[in-house]
Write a new protein. Structure first.
Length: 385
């Protein structure tokens, strides 16, 4: 058929389309909903459920409260376009995880460009993304942030890249450590720690003492707060107990002291702050260990389990343990026997990459390691138990 023939053809008449027109009598109305009705169901990454994934139903009140907080967040700079680095698998998990959902809400609200990548980037790839794509915001879990901060201490290009980002937000799995935070601030890296959980999101909270003879306070979500999760997660008092512990250092200012499972009941029934031991070891031994965890619940003293760093000097296990102990000894010399590392024998060394971790946040799974080390711990303390 010629082009002229095609132009002169009549338009088709679609009389049958009338059957698709919806009349008022068949319009479906949305059901009546209550703020307490379930709006969305999330999945945990495992950190708040002892390594096991679980689903978390959230109400419309919960969703409304979190959307309002996220959309009210100011842009990093009024003269810049927000560019957020994310991934569909590794950084904060799938959109079924609350962290990724919150980031997606924020990105949509502020018309934010999202720079995707294939997975958790190496430091060199992250520097390239920052420089090439002009990244403005970075959201990381503490384990990955520590790796990049460690590299920035010896590589000026990495330091320049991290300090050029408007804000680096880290959340989930605790803190990067006081010494690392102080070093970052002194070198122009803007770190912001954000508190939240799958069950609550960023939260309105109150603090409740964990016992009458302790200055530790547990962070609790009251039932009247819109972030309070489904009743199936609440305790008999109606509150949601996060198991996160804080100490009030001045009126209205609180310092994170770990989770309930970060505090051991030792053999003498006294408490041991494992987080303080771990933070000290990471701070002083970051060049010879990759990471560490404290075990020894119910034993006379704690034990420090360390992963040897791949770039550490060529030290055999006994020399590595001796060097670690030499560095951390001044800290432990001021602690009670039940809360300190008393000798190199109380340091266990494992190969790099063998400490069990959660998939999404790469958080070390203390209780799993405690079970793995049970026989070795019993042997170590056999003369004292």
């Amino acid at each position: 058929m010629s082009s002229k023939g095609r132009l002169n053809r009549p338009m088709p008449v679609l009389s049958s389309m009338s059957q698709y027109i919806v009349t008022p009598s068949v319009i479906y109305l949305f059901p009546t909903l209550l703020r307490s009705d379930i709006a969305v169901i999330y999945q945990t990454s495992g950190t708040t459920s002892l390594g096991k994934s679980k689903i978390v139903p959230c109400s419309y009140a919960w969703l409304d409260g979190n959307v309002r907080k996220v959309t009210g967040k100011a842009r990093s700079d009024s003269g810049k376009v927000d560019i957020l680095s994310s991934t569909n698998e590794i950084d904060s998990g799938s959109i079924g995880y609350i962290a990724q959902f919150v980031l997606s809400e924020q990105s949509i609200t502020h018309s934010c460009m999202v720079q995707y990548k294939s997975g958790q980037p190496s430091t060199s790839e992250l520097v390239d993304i920052i420089n090439r794509c002009k990244l403005r915001q970075l959201v990381l879990f503490p384990h990955f942030l520590r790796e990049h901060l460690r590299a920035s201490r010896t590589d000026p290009e990495t330091l320049h890249a991290l300090s050029s980002v408007d804000v680096i937000i880290y959340t989930g799995g605790g803190f990067v450590g006081d010494e690392e935070e102080e070093w970052a601030w002194k070198n122009g890296i803007n770190l912001v720690n954000a508190y939240g959980s799958t069950e609550c999101g960023p939260s309105f909270i109150k603090f409740i003492p964990i016992s009458s003879d302790s200055d530790l306070l547990e962070l609790v979500i009251p039932p009247e707060a819109p972030e309070c999760p489904d009743v199936s997660f609440r305790s008999s008092d109606g509150n949601y107990h996060t198991n996160d512990l804080f100490r009030e250092v001045e009126p209205g200012s609180y310092v994170f002291c770990g989770r309930n499972d970060d505090w051991f009941n030792m053999q003498n029934c006294s408490l041991c702050d494992t987080k303080a031991i771990e933070d000290n070891a990471r701070s002083l031994c970051g060049d010879i260990i990759s990471d560490c965890v404290v075990v020894g619940n119910g034993h006379p003293s704690p034990v420090l389990v360390v992963e040897a760093c791949s770039v550490s000097p060529a030290l055999d296990e006994s020399k590595l343990k001796a060097e670690i102990y030499r560095r951390i000894h001044p800290f432990h010399a001021t602690r009670y026997p039940h809360e300190g590392i008393a000798s190199p024998d109380m340091i266990f060394v494992v190969p790099l990459g063998t400490l069990p971790r959660t998939v999404t946040k790469a958080t070390v799974r203390r209780k799993v390691i405690e079970e793995m080390m049970k026989e070795k711990l019993d042997k170590l303390f056999s003369g004292n138990v």
